[in-house]
Write a protein that binds this ligand. Structure first.
Ligand SMILES: Cc1ncc(COP(=O)(O)O)c(C=O)c1O
Length: 397
């Protein structure tokens, strides 16, 4: 059966609300979930182990640990890197809030470096200015699935003795200089949320090249217990265990892993399809001066295109981003906003002293950015509908 034939509801009627994303779930995922439900084992178990093995092979990495979310992966990885109060972690202001909340949850201070306005990734050339004796970890985000320029970033990290935690929530399937994200470097965190390039319904995965970090993470995700807890329910396992630190509860279930095992073989196809849709969007949007499209950097990479994010120019469009998004919604098309700049949120201003103007490029992008509908099985008709509606709104403005 072809991938498309097995997908559930790839098309939308003209008068139906079009979401900005939807998971590409086929008969294989449904059958895998049903098998798991019938198997008598739905919590963490053999399917989680199988997906960890398959995912680390895909990433060419020695360790992979599945968790309930990438948010948990970021938090627990920072703890496993011994980040605590008094430390600083450097990240970008143009990210989902969980990248920065994870830093705060460890007690460390979040430090931000403005973005490059063309790529929307952290501007690595400004990174060294933000490093202090308290800096412990660099936390770059591969925004939209575009790999950060990792060679200069790792050069700085090695020279200054810093750890690197890559927020690769958007970058499942991305490559930097012909190497899969996750296949080199320190530690990477992927998201399998339903809007990501592959899904486990909710879920995330930490990939690492560090033996000690992998062991600590394994404990932290399950109460601080000293070994694979699910084994104790099997005939071979033992019910006796020790708790070696006060851990958390963030282990993925086999039911989620079953879905992931059906998704993973399709990942490359999903990414290819997203790349084609983005090429088509670019062609259809090229004469619309009201928008600028994401720049493609010079270094060799394969973009994962988790999201496609034009930036509106209100003076050319005749309306601002929020009005445009509202008008699209009135026309039955949902757009995403990824993301308002983190330093503008009230908590970050009140508690950490950030203020408007601190990161002008992130602020400007955050106020003008939008994500167009994008998922692997979307059809050309759906894309035409999005672009026609955009053009009509701009013409009327
Ligand atoms: C950049 C970034 N980091 C982390 C996350 C958290 O992922 P999850 O929803 O799996 O916790 C997201 C979620 O969208 C994200 O966009």
């Amino acid at each position: 059966m072809s991938q498309k034939a097995s997908l559930h509801k790839p098309t939308f009627h003209q008068d139906e609300f079009l979401p900005f994303t939807r998971p590409d779930i086929g008969d294989e995922e449904i059958a895998a979930a049903v098998d798991c439900l019938k198997s008598g084992w739905i919590a963490t178990g053999p399917r989680v182990q199988a997906l960890e093995t398959a995912f680390k092979e895909t990433c060419h990495a020695p360790y992979a640990a599945l968790l309930t979310s990438a948010t948990a992966g970021l938090h627990l990885s920072l703890l496993a890197m011994d980040v605590k109060e008094g430390d600083e972690v450097i990240t970008t202001p143009l990210t989902f809030i969980s990248s920065v909340n994870a830093i705060v949850h460890t007690g460390a201070r979040p430090i931000m470096v403005d973005i490059d306005p063309k790529t929307l990734n952290m501007d690595v050339s400004r990174l060294e200015d933000a490093i202090t004796p308290r800096t412990k970890v660099l936390l770059p985000v591969h925004f939209a699935g575009l790999p950060v320029d990792l060679d200069p970033l790792y050069e700085i990290a090695h020279r200054r003795g810093l750890r690197v935690l890559e927020d690769a929530a958007h970058a499942v399937g991305a490559r930097y200089k012909n190497r899969a994200i996750g296949s080199f470097g320190d530690t990477q965190v992927f998201s399998f949320h339903p809007c990501k390039n592959m899904t486990t319904a909710e879920g995330g995965c930490v990939v690492t090249h560090d033996d000690d970090l992998a062991k600590r993470l394994n404990r932290l995700r399950f109460h601080g217990i000293d070994r694979d807890a699910w084994n104790r329910y099997t005939k071979k396992g033992s019910q006796i265990f020790d708790v070696v630190e006060a851990g958390y509860k963030a282990n993925m279930s086999d039911l989620q892993a079953a879905i992931g095992l059906a998704q993973l073989p399709k990942l490359e196809g999903f990414c290819q399809a997203r790349r084609q849709h983005v090429e088509r969007y670019r062609t259809l949007l090229k004469d619309l001066e009201a928008f600028s499209l994401p720049a493609i950097p010079d270094y060799d990479h394969d973009h994962a295109w988790h999201i496609f994010t034009p930036v509106i120019h209100p003076e050319k469009a005749g309306l601002d981003r929020d009005t445009f998004v509202t008008k699209m919604k009135e026309a039955n098309i949902g757009l995403g906003i990824h993301y308002p700049a983190v330093h503008l949120f009230s908590y970050y201003q009140k508690t950490w002293g950030f203020k408007s103007g601190d990161f002008p490029h992130a602020e400007s992008a955050g106020n003008r950015i939008m994500s167009l509908p994008l998922w692997a099985s979307m059809t050309p008709d759906t894309q035409n509908r999005v672009i026609d509606t955009m053009k009509t709104i701009i013409q009327r403005a």
